[in-house]
Design a protein around this ligand. Structure first.
Ligand SMILES: Nc1ncnc2c1ncn2[C@@H]1O[C@H](COP(=O)(O)OP(=O)(O)OP(=O)(O)O)[C@@H](O)[C@H]1O
Ligand SMILES: [Mg+2]
Length: 245
């Protein structure tokens, strides 16, 4: 039997027993997970299980009723989203909320955090252009004139402008053509190689399993399975139970 070996790197994010509601609806019923420095971790599961709500609760966009969110050993649960962003977490929402009437460059600048402008080891424009060449060629193009894939890239790039240690990415390949799916997958892998840890929600199992080191599978409001990608692949019945395959 395969046993998941705890990564040797430091724990970056630790979520413990998170409980979140929408009104009276008890959506997160004790979610616990961790991301270690350098990892890509997949959060997977069927529709409506609470994956996006988990990311939103970590990011402070949904206020958790109880539980803890430790990021770099600091409690951030219940803080305002801008404070959580400043602590070093970037968020790429499901809906790719780029500003459609702003240009590529203006969108990127919206991601800059106060005081980060002079950071030498941060995500400079030239480093971004290396990973997203179309932005160098078309900085003045309006967001609304970008393809779906380019909008997704811009949403990711804008989050990187905040120099996050951890990126929360919600369904980055949803609705994209196969070629663009591959490009988004590739760019996330390269960002990770640049030292950014990633917690990704992704329906495309092939993308998720080729990117992730470890996965958490959600049942309704709770984590039902956790393990390495190899462990998941070795257990088809677990995939059947928790994933739409
Ligand atoms: N703003 C909201 N108000 C009320 N209920 C909500 C809201 N957002 C989500 N829900 C409900 O909470 C539950 C979890 O939703 P969530 O979006 O977190 O699921 P998900 O796992 O991300 O699903 P999907 O794969 O479809 O994106 C669902 O039952 C959903 O209908
Ligand atoms: Mg979702």
């Amino acid at each position: 039997m395969l046993i998941w070996e705890k990564p040797k790197s430091a724990m970056l994010l630790e979520v413990k027993d998170l409980q979140s509601y929408y009104g009276l609806s008890h959506v997160l019923q004790g979610v616990s997970l961790a991301v270690y420095s350098g990892e890509i971790v997949g959060l997977l599961g069927r529709n409506g299980m609470g994956k996006s709500t988990t990311l939103k609760s970590i990011m402070g966009m949904v206020q958790p009723k109880s539980g803890s969110v430790h990021f770099q050993n600091q409690e951030i649960a219940g803080q305002e989203p801008y404070r959580i962003a400043r602590a070093g977490i970037g968020y790429v929402p499901e809906e790719r909320r780029i500003f459609s009437n702003l240009t590529v460059m203006e969108n990127l600048m919206m991601g800059v955090k106060p005081g980060d402008g002079q950071k030498k080891d941060g995500w400079t424009l030239s480093k971004l252009y290396h990973h997203f060449p179309f932005m160098k060629d078309r900085p003045a193009q309006k967001g609304s004139h970008l393809s779906g894939g380019e909008q997704q890239m811009l949403s990711i790039a804008r989050a990187l402008m905040g120099n996050p240690k951890l990126l929360l990415v919600d369904e980055p390949t949803e609705g994209l053509a196969p070629l663009m799916v591959r490009e988004v997958r590739e760019v996330l892998s390269k960002i990770n190689q640049e030292g950014v840890s990633i917690l990704i929600v992704e329906h495309n199992l092939q993308v998720a399993l080729s990117l992730a080191d470890r996965v958490y599978l959600m049942g309704k409001g709770t984590i039902g399975f956790t393990g390495s990608v190899q462990e998941l692949k070795a257990q088809p019945h677990v995939q059947e139970q928790y994933l739409s395959i």
